[in-house]
Design a protein around this ligand. Structure first.
Ligand code: ATP
Length: 325
C-alpha cells in the first residue's frame, strides 16, 4: 500500500495537572502534539501506512517527538534543525472538558520547514497528501513547502486533502483568508468547521456573517466549490458532520458521549475519514467512521493518545455509541 503523506509542525505539550491557571498549578504532564502528527497516529492505529515530514530542534522535546510518533508506527522523516528549538504548547485546564492553549512557536524548528525537506518520490508515490491550514501560516518557507508539495501532488495525480484548521493567532484574518483560500482552491478534499469554511470562501461568495454561514451549509459549500469538483467535509462538533460531493449533501449525526476533552476530536475525525478515502469507501461509510473516531476521542483526555483502533471503534459502536437522533 502507498502511504498517506502529511507534513507540519509538532510541538512539546505541557498540560496542567488540574483545572486552574498555570500561574498557580504546579503539577503538569509532558507530551507532544501537532495536528498533522495527531492525524498520522490516528491513521496508523487504523492500519493505514503513513509518513510524516517535519523539523524538530536538537533538544529533548524534539527527540521525544521523533520517538513517540515513530513508536506509533508512523514513518517519521524529521530534519533536526540545530539553529532553532522545538516549539511548545501550554495547555491550561479551564473546566470540565475545556482548556486554553498557549503557543511558543515563533521561529521554532518546526516553522522552518523547507521544500527541500520533502524528498523526491515521497509526494509522487503517496496514496494521498494531507496538509493543514496551520503550516502555510508558520513562515514563508513553510508556505513555499505547501505550495511545492501541492504542485507536485497535482502533477503526479495524487489526491490532496486540506484541513483548514484556522488559527487566528498565526496571521491577521485577511492574510489567512488569502493564503488558506489558495490552499483550499487546490485541494480535492477539504475539511473545516462552518466558520472556517466561511472564512476561506472566495470574496463575496459566502454569507458574510459566520452564524448565517453556519445555518446554511448548502450555500457555504456551493460558494467554495461552484464547479462541483471537490469533496467538502463540514465538521459540526457534537452535531456530527455534513459532506458535499457531486452537488449532493450528505448529513451524519454525531454520537452522544460523556465529553472529557474535545481537543483532537477534529484530527481523529479527519483520520477516520481519510482511512476510508484511501480505500475508496462511500461518503456515508467514511462519515460514519469519522464521526465514531471523533466521538471516541472526546471521551478520553489527550490530543491523540486515545485514537481508536478498528476493534475499539467496533466496541464503541456495539456498546452505546448512540447516534444523536
Ligand atoms: P478540534 O480542532 O478541537 O480537534 P474541530 O473544530 O476540528 O475540533 P469538531 O467539529 O469540534 O472539530 O469535531 C470533529 C468531529 O468530532 C465532529 O464532527 C464529531 O464527529 C466529533 N465530535 C466533536 N465533538 C463531539 C461531541 N461533543 N460529541 C460527539 N462527537 C463529537
Amino acid at each position: 500500500d502507498s502511504p498517506v503523506l502529511t507534513l507540519g509542525e509538532t510541538m512539546g505539550l505541557i498540560t496542567g495537572g488540574r483545572i486552574g491557571s498555570l500561574a498557580h498549578v504546579s503539577d503538569a504532564h509532558v507530551g507532544i502534539g501537532g495536528s498533522e502528527t495527531n492525524v498520522a497516529v490516528s491513521l496508523s492505529r487504523l492500519g493505514v501506512p503513513v509518513t510524516w515530514i517535519g523539523r524538530v530542534g536538537d533538544d529533548s522535546l524534539g527527540r521525544r517527538i521523533v520517538r513517540e510518533v515513530r513508536g506509533e508506527g508512523v514513518d517519521v522523516r524529521a530534519q533536526v534543525d540545530v539553529d532553532a528549538a522545538t516549539g511548545l504548547m501550554l495547555k491550561e485546564l479551564t473546566g470540565q472538558g475545556t482548556a486554553r492553549v498557549y503557543y511558543y512557536r515563533a521561529g521554532s524548528a518546526g516553522s522552518r520547514l523547507a521544500a527541500a525537506d520533502v524528498p523526491a518520490g515521497l509526494v509522487e508515490n503517496a496514496a494521498l497528501v494531507h496538509l493543514t491550514g496551520i503550516t502555510p501560516l508558520l513562515s514563508d518557507s513553510a508556505r513555499e513547502t505547501c505550495r511545492s508539495v501541492v504542485g507536485r501532488a497535482r502533477a503526479a495525480g495524487v489526491r490532496v486533502s486540506v484541513d483548514v484548521n484556522y488559527r487566528s493567532t498565526l496571521a491577521p484574518a485577511h492574510v489567512a483568508a488569502e493564503v488558506l483560500g489558495e490552499l483550499v482552491g487546490q485541494a480535492d478534499l477539504v475539511f473545516g468547521s462552518p466558520d472556517e469554511l466561511a472564512h476561506v470562501a472566495p470574496d463575496g461568495t459566502a454569507p458574510t456573517d459566520d452564524r448565517a454561514a453556519a445555518a446554511d451549509i448548502g450555500a457555504l459549500v456551493r460558494a467554495l466549490d461552484p464547479g462541483g469538483t471537490r469533496e467538502i467535509v463540514v465538521k459540526r462538533g457534537a452535531d456530527g458532520a455534513t459532506v458535499y460531493r457531486d452537488g449532493v449533501l450528505v448529513d451524519a449525526p454525531g454520537h452522544r458521549v460523556d465529553v472529557v476533552d474535545t481537543v483532537g476530536a477534529g484530527d481523529a475525525f479527519v483520520a477516520g475519514y481519510l482511512s476510508g478515502d484511501v480505500h475508496g469507501w462511500s461518503v456515508e461509510k467514511k462519515l460514519a467512521r469519522a464521526n465514531a473516531c471523533g466521538a471516541v476521542m472526546c471521551t478520553m483526555p489527550g490530543d491523540w493518545e486515545a485514537a481508536p483502533t478498528p476493534a475499539e471503534l467496533d466496541a464503541f459502536l456495539a456498546s452505546g455509541g448512540d447516534p444523536v437522533q
